[in-house]
Structures are given as C-alpha cells and as structure tokens.
Design a protein around this ligand. Sequence first.
Ligand SMILES: [Zn+2]
Length: 257
Amino acid sequence: MSLEKTSAIVLRLVDFSETSCVVTLFTEDFGKIGALAKGARRPKGPFDSALDLLALCRIVFIHKSSEALDLLTEAKLLRRFRAASRDLSRLYAAYYVAELLLELTEFGDPHPELFGESERALSSLDQEGNIAETVMRFEMSALRQLGYLPALDVCAVCGSPVPAEGRVLFGHLAGGVLCQTCRPGQRQVVSLSRESWDALRSWEQMGLAPERFGDEFQPPVDDPKVRGELRGLMNHYLTNLLGHPPRMQKYLGMLAT
Ligand SMILES: [Zn+2]
C-alpha cells in the first residue's frame, strides 16, 4: 500500500452504499484505476463534489497492491465538464471518449500521452472545438497509443506500398489497407476514397510527430462525404476491436454531417 497523487478524469461512478461510491478513473500516472470513495454521496462529503462524470481532478489515493479496490482519500476539482447544459451532442461525444477509455484500456496500465490527448479532447468538446474532428483525433490517438492502429501506408498482408492514386482498399479483419493481390479471399473489405485515406494518414502522422503540427492543427475534413465515410470506417473498425458496437456509437451519426 502506498499513497499516490496524480491527475484523473472521472469515467464512471457507481453507488456502493448509502454514503459511498466506486469510481473508475483514468489517471495520468497509473492508467485506469477503480477506487472506493467513502462518503462521496454525503452532501458535504470529503470530495466536495469533485467526483462528477467527465470532470478533471487532482486526486490522492491509497494504491492497494492486491486485486482490491484502491481507496480514494482526496479529490480536488480542476475542471468540470460544463457543455452538458447547452449542447447534448458535445455531452454524447464526451461520453463516447469516456466509453472508449473504459473499454480499450487495462487497469494499472499507464499511458500518460493518452491521458493528455483525452484531457485535450474533453476540453475541446467542452468549449468550441469541432466535435467530429475532435472525436476522430482522439480515436486515432487512442488506437495508436494502445497499439491498435490499422496499417495505412502498406498492405496489411504483404507489406507492399499503397498505389499512388485512386481509391484504397481497407480490410477490417486484415487490420488495414490491402493491395489488389491480397484482396481476394479477404472479408469485410471496403473501398475508401483517396480524400478519406489522406485524412487518416494526416491524423496518424500528427500522432507520430506532434512537434511538426501546431496544437490547433486539424486535418481538413470539411467535406461531409469524407466525414461520413470516416465515421463509418471507424465505427466498423472499433466494433470489430471491441467485439460489439460502443454504446454511444449511435449518437455519433449526427457528427458525420
Ligand atoms: Zn498485399
């Protein structure tokens, strides 16, 4: 057992008893943790309303070495997610970010860079950031940092480079783009427009070398067709990865337009 301090995003709150709850947090230094928050449900509890869904907090907790829940001892609110009251689509997109963090990460597996991207995505959604682009950037970043990024530059099967022009074949089960030679026999193959493929590669490149791109950089996906195509591709890809569609996925349809 040790006393730890870190920053955290509140992903899930479940009532545990009349006065306590179990909170799932994505932390900067310890990855996802589950912690018991004693007294969190009391009106003037020790956490002073910091434990709000999607909020960013500074926390202190006792890290249990066994399988037992950690014990939260302090939580100070740094930023509450406020957009909920004015824009439901921003709230749904933020729930979606939280859902992917819950589903794609393991307990006790730290990814500080992904924490930074998550914090950035929630902040952008809470303010005036473009929702569709913010979500796509977060998805690409999460896939990259957790090792799930599809092959985009070379054929996922044989490693030959993608042709210089024309549409690009994407094999959902193959795990990335396919050349014409490897196409036969593959299932769940879609044909992707060049523009969509370019946008995906921009997001990938930005993740690999962020210093080459300003913090405000967003790949240009003004075209609703490209947005719709990428939304469909990502929905399909994540559904295969998780083994089921993300619960919030159906609310993302509106973001494609
Ligand atoms: Zn091939």
